[in-house]
Design a protein around this ligand. Structure first.
Ligand code: PLA
Length: 415
């Protein structure tokens, strides 16, 4: 008997299984609203023009080679990424209390952060929002965290932030617990705390000695302005918190497969940097030795060249405003169709996603009857909508709300 015979097949990863099911679907009306990836108004993936330009520049630069990067990555990238999230005038940067290490995109930053917290700071307790990006649980469980909890975040009946519930649950967290916070454009709900609410969260976390870990995967996608979207992180830094921030350049640079990420460490004193940096180096060395250069070179070149940086800011504005247009259009169409319920949450939410409030049965109905692919939580990627398919999607949602919860659809085991 094979030594592999006892290995059991694991569950599918919903977001990627849906994308595959979408690809395999031959229906010409099909729409993919699952994975969080930007699409143009014609439904195509978008290579940002400034990224294409920079790729050509790098490819024709004879001085660029394929030697290994240092274990902690390209310095011009990590410093630009750290500055992007903390701000050019950050006191922590000025005082040499903050630094970044390059990671395998946002997921890698979270994994390295979790490993560091677990092995170097003996952390075992983590809290993440309910709901959250489903990988938060897996990353921390795989690392060896033994006490994994969620804090209330979404009020399903009011379709808004359950702020009281959030504070009450964080208040129960033991001192030193790691609290995962979405820096902006919360995935999946599209609801962020207001600045006033962030202040209360910071008060509580300071009082209870909780450790903030910011997941920043959508900087620029909430407001169109990367500085505004980094407000919460910068506020916590200004309050004197020590914290970690996990950055992804998948979405805001459209560099999904290039795996460009950064883990920023903010410390109380510059003196702890050599030790912390050395331990992060050893963690990365043992995991994958050193990161890929391609995406980091692009991000570094763009962020460190003023004209290119401006072009990138314009791209961010364009992407976020197209999303906002789609929000308004979808809400208006649902209302015009007389779809039961209130759809204002679609325009009130921000970032890539809308948490529609559709239930699992309605989601299955959309997939089966209309070939519209979305997560079973009812999350849709707003970027998957465009002027060509929005009418179709609105009519389908209307039909699913009217009939979908009563229709029993055979559950597709693949999903
Ligand atoms: N953090 C959050 C909150 C995310 O939503 C994602 C990606 C990541 C981190 C990881 O991004 P990375 O590609 O830089 O590692 N979430 C996606 C894709 C876009 C996914 O599930 O992996 C999503 O559709 O939710």
């Amino acid at each position: 008997m094979s030594i592999y015979a006892k290995v059991e097949k694991g569950p599918a990863i919903e977001v990627f299984a849906l994308t595959q099911a979408f690809k395999d679907d031959s229906n010409q009306n099909k729409v993919n609203l699952s994975v969080g990836a930007y699409r143009t108004d014609s439904g195509a993936p978008w290579v940002l023009p400034v990224v294409r330009k920079t790729e050509i520049k790098i490819a024709s630069d004879e001085s660029v080679n394929h030697e290994y990067l240092p274990v902690t990555g390209l310095e011009s990238f990590t410093s630009a990424a750290t500055e992007l999230v903390l701000g050019a005038d950050s006191i922590a940067i000025k005082e040499n209390r903050a630094f970044g290490v390059q990671t395998i995109s946002g997921t890698g930053a979270l994994r390295v952060a979790a490993e560091f917290l677990h092995t170097q700071l003996n952390r075992n307790v983590v809290f993440y929002s309910n709901p959250t990006w489903e990988n938060h649980h897996k990353i921390f469980a795989d690392t060896g965290f033994t006490s994994l909890h969620s804090y209330r975040y979404w009020d399903q009946s009011k379709r808004q932030l359950d702020f009281k519930g959030m504070l009450a649950d964080l208040d129960q967290a033991p001192p030193g617990a790691v609290i995962i916070l979405h820096a902006c454009a919360h995935n999946p709900t599209g609801i962020d705390p207001t600045q006033e609410q962030w202040k209360e969260i910071a008060d509580l976390m300071e009082h209870k000695k909780l450790f903030p870990l910011f997941d920043s995967a959508y900087q620029g996608f909430a407001s169109g302005d990367p500085d505004r979207d980094a407000w919460a992180v910068r506020y916590f830094v200004s309050r004197g918190f020590e914290l970690l921030t996990c950055q992804s350049f998948a979405k805001n640079f459209g560099l999904y497969c290039e795996r460009a990420g950064n883990l920023t460490v903010v410390q109380q004193h510059a003196s702890t940097k050599p030790a912390v940096h050395s331990q992060l180096t050893l963690i990365i060395r043992g995991m994958y030795s050193n990161p890929p250069a391609y995406g980091a070179r692009i991000v570094s070149t763009v962020l460190n060249t003023p004209e290119l940086r401006q072009e990138w800011m314009d791209c961010i504005k364009l992407m976020s405003s197209r999303i906002r247009q789609m929000r308004a259009l979808l809400r208006d169409k649902l209302v015009a169709l007389g779809t039961p319920g209130n759809w204002d949450h679609i325009v009130n939410q921000i970032g890539m996603f809308s948490y529609t409030g559709l239930n699992e049965n309605q989601v299955r109905y959309l997939i089966k009857e209309y070939h519209i692919y979305l997560l079973k939580t009812g999350r849709i990627n707003m970027c998957g909508l465009n002027t060509g398919n929005i009418e179709y999607v609105a009519k389908a949602i209307n039909a699913s709300v009217t009939a979908g919860s009563n229709v029993s659809c055979p559950c597709d085991n693949k999903l």
